[in-house]
Ligand binder design. Structure first.
Ligand SMILES: [Zn+2]
Length: 382
C-alpha cells in the first residue's frame, strides 16, 4: 500500500473542537490507547503526538479517505466525525485501500467505545453518595436551617454528593416549630426525629450526612438515634462563614485538649451530674436544687468558647473525652442509674454526645436545656 498525506484540510476545524476531541479521548489514541501527552518533550516545549483525524474525510474528493459520504463539509468538521489518533494509527486508517478495513462504522464504533470508557472511569471516581439528614429546631425563637448552598459546599468539600438523581431525592428533613421554651417541644421534636430516622433505616446509602441546628437536648436525642452501623458524617455550623458555614476547617492542626475530672467516688450514688463545658462554662448553681449536691464528673477544655471545635480532629477528641467521662461514671459510681447532663457545646458535639452514649448499656441520660436563667429538664435518652 502506498502512503497518503495525512495533512488533510482541517481549516474548518475550530480550536474549540480540537480541544473537545482531546478531552473526550483523555489524551489517548482512540484505536490503540497510546498516551499522547507523554513523549516528545524538547527542552522548552512539549510536543503532543496526537492528531485530530477525520472519520469521513474532510472533502468529497477521491483522495479523501471515506470521503464518499452524504455528510456536508461542515458536518465533517464536527466533533462527532473527528477522532484523536496517534500518528501511526492515523497513517494506517488513511492509507490507500484501508477504507475497506477501517470503515466509517468501524472508526465510529471505536471512537464511541473509547470516549464512553473515559467518561465511565472518570465518573465520580472519588465521590461518595450520601443520604442527607437536616434537622432544625427553634433556638431563642429563630429557626435557621442550613441553606442549600451551605449543605452543598460542605458535602462537596468532603467528596460527597447527595444520593439520587436530584439533590433532594435522599433527604430527611425535620423541622421542629415549637419554641424551645415550651415544654412540649421536646415531645414534638423527639417524635419527629425518631419517625424520620426510621425511614433512614431503609435507605440504601450507607453514608449519612447530618446538618443540625436545634436546642442541645434535641441534638443529643438525634445523635442517639443515628444508626452506628452507618457511616455518619456530622457537620458543624459556624456563625461567620456564610456559604462555608457547614464546612469543617483544617486548622488549628493540633486538636483541642479536653479534660475529664470527677469528685470523690461513691459506690451508692444513683444519680450523677456530668457537666460539659465547651462553648461556655456550665454553672451548676443554675441547675435544679436537687442536682447541686450530687457527685459530679466534669468535661472541660482550655479556652472555652463557641468556636472551640473547628476541625474533625477536634470533634474526634471531644467524642473520645466524652466516652472517658461516661467510663468515669461507670467506674467511680457503679450504681449510677441516671446521668444528669448539663452541656454547653457546639451542634456537632451535641450530636456526638448522643451518638457515643450506649443507650442499652449505660445509665440513662437526663438532658437539660439552658433557659435564660436556669437549666430545666428537657428529655431522657436510654
Ligand atoms: Zn494509535
Amino acid at each position: 500500500m502506498t502512503r497518503r498525506n495525512t495533512q488533510v484540510a482541517r481549516s474548518r476545524i475550530g480550536e474549540q473542537v480540537i480541544r473537545e476531541i482531546w478531552v473526550r479521548a483523555a489524551g489517548r489514541c482512540v484505536l490503540c490507547s497510546a498516551y499522547l501527552l507523554g513523549g516528545g518533550r524538547t527542552y522548552f516545549h512539549h510536543i503532543p503526538h496526537g492528531q485530530v483525524a477525520h472519520n469521513v474525510g474532510a472533502t468529497k474528493g477521491k483522495k479523501s479517505p471515506r470521503g464518499k459520504s452524504t455528510l456536508t463539509l461542515d458536518e465533517r468538521a464536527l466533533p462527532e466525525n473527528l477522532l484523536l489518533l496517534c500518528h501511526e494509527c492515523h497513517r494506517m486508517v488513511d492509507d490507500i485501500g484501508a477504507e475497506r478495513i477501517y470503515t466509517e462504522e468501524y472508526l465510529a464504533r471505536h471512537k464511541r467505545a473509547h470516549e464512553d470508557r473515559v467518561r465511565r472511569v472518570t465518573d465520580f471516581a472519588t465521590v461518595t453518595e450520601a443520604a442527607v439528614v437536616r434537622v432544625t429546631g427553634r433556638i431563642r425563637g429563630t429557626l435557621s436551617p442550613a441553606t442549600d448552598r451551605q449543605v452543598g459546599a460542605a458535602l462537596h468539600y468532603e467528596d460527597l454528593r447527595p444520593a439520587g438523581e436530584h439533590p433532594h431525592d435522599a433527604e430527611y428533613i425535620v423541622s421542629i416549630d415549637s419554641e424551645d421554651t415550651e415544654s412540649w417541644v421536646w415531645d414534638e421534636g423527639t417524635k419527629k426525629i425518631a419517625a424520620k430516622l426510621e425511614g433512614l433505616r431503609d435507605s440504601p446509602h450507607p453514608t449519612v450526612a447530618v446538618f443540625a441546628m436545634a436546642p442541645i437536648p434535641l441534638l443529643v436525642f438525634l445523635g442517639s438515634r443515628l444508626d452506628d452501623k452507618a457511616d455518619i458524617r456530622v457537620f458543624p455550623r459556624f456563625r461567620d462563614a456564610e456559604d462555608l458555614a457547614c464546612c469543617w476547617r483544617n486548622e488549628p492542626l493540633t486538636p483541642a485538649a479536653f479534660e475529664v475530672s470527677h469528685g470523690s467516688a461513691d459506690a451508692q450514688a444513683r444519680d450523677v451530674v456530668v457537666t460539659v463545658s465547651v462553648s461556655a462554662a456550665v454553672d451548676v448553681s443554675r441547675a435544679p436544687a436537687d442536682l447541686v449536691d450530687l457527685p459530679r464528673v466534669a468535661l472541660t477544655v482550655e479556652n472555652i468558647g463557641p468556636d472551640l471545635i473547628q476541625t474533625k480532629a477536634d470533634l474526634a477528641a471531644f467524642a473520645s473525652a466524652w466516652r472517658r467521662a461516661l467510663a468515669r461514671v461507670e467506674s467511680h459510681y457503679p450504681s449510677c442509674e441516671r446521668i444528669h447532663l448539663l452541656a454547653a457545646v457546639p451542634v456537632a458535639a451535641a450530636v456526638a454526645t448522643g451518638q457515643h452514649h450506649m443507650r442499652d448499656a449505660q445509665p440513662q441520660l437526663v438532658v437539660y436545656q439552658r433557659t435564660a436563667e436556669d437549666y430545666v429538664e428537657a428529655l431522657r435518652v436510654g
